[in-house]
Design a protein around this ligand. Structure first.
Ligand code: GLP
Length: 244
């Protein structure tokens, strides 16, 4: 894994936003895999600003988000779909029909997961997958477990993960759904290139184990070691365990 350490979250976000903007200019039909969470907020702010400054054309870009809560509609408070509209999609020229999202309200979860896998394949696969990481080493909503489903699937969320997500529900943990749909690690590893961002001291242990530990379903991010083109972008706080 290629490691890049930045002096601040802002510097990391600016660099990645420039890289993504350059990739969109070079490949106007690029397929992006996108994350939600606190970590990508600075990236999306920087991307929106760059898009305005450079009149970046998103009309050919396709996106697939990593995950979504079960039971939430696309504009529901706390839904990742709403998060993406508010922080990125509503501010760039991406076409609505080019936005790939798991439907958290689908009555047939298995069919919905299969539809998502087909949609990604029909788009030609994901060119650039951008990821965050959970403090317990989860990717998307692939939680630590004994057996990790390879493809897009339904997940029962760990309590710490629900607690970490309460901020999107006005701090009300009881409003956080108990299940989610997520791309599987094989879906993620099929991307041609992967960039993982981690910032803040809360990610120190997960980052260290991901990069230096063995590959284990107990730390799903460790599977990224199998991918030939992964860049890990850290701020100094998240990198502290590597420098020790
Ligand atoms: C969430 C998301 C992940 C995200 C992670 C870290 O639960 N499902 O895709 O990477 O947790 O989030 P944050 O960036 O807020 O720390």
């Amino acid at each position: 894994m290629k490691l890049e350490i930045y002096e601040s979250e802002e510097a990391l976000a600016q660099t990645l936003a420039s890289t993504i903007a350059a990739a969109i200019r070079a490949h106007p039909n690029i397929v992006l895999g996108l994350p939600t969470g606190r970590t990508p907020l600075a990236l999306y702010r920087a991307l929106v600003a760059l898009t305005r400054e450079e009149h970046l054309d998103w009309s050919g870009v396709r996106t697939f988000n990593l995950d979504e809560f079960v039971g939430l509609g696309d504009r529901a408070v706390g839904s990742y779909h709403r998060f993406m509209h508010e922080n990125l999609f509503d501010h760039v020229s991406v076409r609505p029909e080019h936005i790939g999202f798991l439907d958290g309200r689908s009555p047939d979860v298995d069919a919905e997961c299969e539809r998502y896998e087909r949609a990604i394949a029909q788009a030609g696969g994901i060119d650039l997958m951008v990821l965050g990481i959970g403090a317990n080493g989860h990717i998307g909503f692939n939680e630590p477990c004994d057996v990790l489903p390879a493809r897009t699937h339904r997940v029962v969320l760990e309590e710490p993960t629900r607690a970490a997500n309460a901020r999107w529900f006005g701090g009300n943990m009881s409003a956080v759904p108990r299940a989610a749909l997520s791309m599987g690690m094989a879906t993620i590893l099929n991307a041609r290139e992967v960039v993982l961002m981690a910032t803040g001291e809360g990610k120190v242990d997960a980052v260290r184990e991901m990069m230096t530990g063995g590959i284990t379903t107990e730390l799903p991010a460790s599977f990224l070691q199998l991918h030939p083109r992964v860049t890990v972008m850290l701020d100094e706080a998240a990198a502290a365990g590597l420098q020790a």
